[in-house]
Design a protein around this ligand. Structure first.
Ligand code: CO8
Length: 257
């Protein structure tokens, strides 16, 4: 598939997707989402890719869903056409995805970033769910994921006022994992991704799955789930290799099995 709206590369064991609609501040239209999903599917089936990074431009990670594409939509057409069905692909990706965010990260752009496993932001990042200003509310998980990241009070503040939050506030309230200068953003994200991709792939995937269960399960069910997967790790060669390497004071050579 030739991509028109994104740039897809691999850097070692890291898959890199750059949103690339500069004329629209990377507004997310259906064509872009289809291409992003295609890229993620190709990373998932490529054993040489252990982690992905999703980024935009310095000015905008993504300024939201494409308002011009959405403006004329009607209810029945949207319902029958399964509008939004493809938007959850990032959240369903089994390998980790890091969002490297600079500039505007608004509406559907923030919803997309929140579907990733962690957000690394540049100091210039600006986060908002401004849908209320357009006569709608967030529709790609924003009303559900944002309170889980930052709590009800701040989520209500952002969703009901539509105001922007800077990177420092984003880090302080738990939306953002790390803040770096704009010139260091991609390096920081790629280095973190390469580190993750250097570990045992099945173990990384199980760790990701287990942390994500914390969003959905009660504590006791979650701990039980963790215990099951933790014990299953002792059936892997990578657990033996990891611990043996520690004892022998050498670097482990994980084989992803
Ligand atoms: N959709 C379409 N085009 C956009 C969008 C967008 N979200 N954002 C910016 N653009 C376009 C502008 O129309 C402009 O194009 P043109 O030059 O042809 O007029 C170009 O990008 C540059 O934008 P500006 O001139 O406005 O740039 P500024 O630097 O002056 O302003 C802002 C930047 C503040 C980011 C401003 O562009 C803005 O407010 N954008 C809209 C932000 C917004 O409201 N986002 C939420 C959209 S709704 C949404 O995401 C709902 C998600 C629900 C689920 C998904 C459904 C599919």
């Amino acid at each position: 598939m030739a991509f028109q709206n994104i740039i897809v590369e691999t850097r070692g064991k890291v898959g890199l997707v750059t949103l690339n609609r500069p004329q629209a501040l990377n507004a997310l239209n259906e064509a872009l989402i289809a291409e992003l999903n295609e890229a993620l599917t190709s990373f998932e089936s490529n054993p040489g890719v252990g982690c992905a990074v999703l980024t935009g431009s310095e000015k905008a990670f993504a300024a939201g869903a494409d308002v011009k594409e959405m403006a004329e939509k009607g209810y029945i057409e949207s319902y029958l056409g399964k509008f939004l069905d493809g938007w959850t692909r990032v959240a369903e990706t089994r390998k980790p995805v890091i969002a490297a965010v600079s500039g505007f990260c608004l509406g559907g752009g923030l919803e997309l970033a929140m579907m990733c496993d962690l957000i690394i932001a540049s100091e210039t990042a600006r986060f908002a769910l401004p849908e209320i200003t357009l006569g709608i509310m967030p529709g790609a998980g924003g009303t559900q994921r944002l309170p889980r990241f930052i709590g009800k009070a701040k989520a209500m503040d952002l969703i009901l006022t539509g105001r922007m939050m800077d990177a420092t506030e984003g880090e302080r309230c738990g939306l953002v994992a790390r803040v770096v200068t704009a010139d260091k953003l991609l390096d920081e994200a790629l280095t973190a991704a390469a580190k993750i991709a250097g570990y045992s792939q099945p173990i990384v995937m199980m760790a990701k799955e287990t942390v994500n269960r914390a969003q959905e399960m009660s504590l006791s069910e979650g701990v039980r789930f963790e215990r099951r997967l933790f014990l299953s790790m002792f059936a892997t060669e990578d657990q033996k290799e990891g611990m043996q390497a520690f004892i022998e004071k050498r670097k482990p050579r994980f084989q992803d099995r």
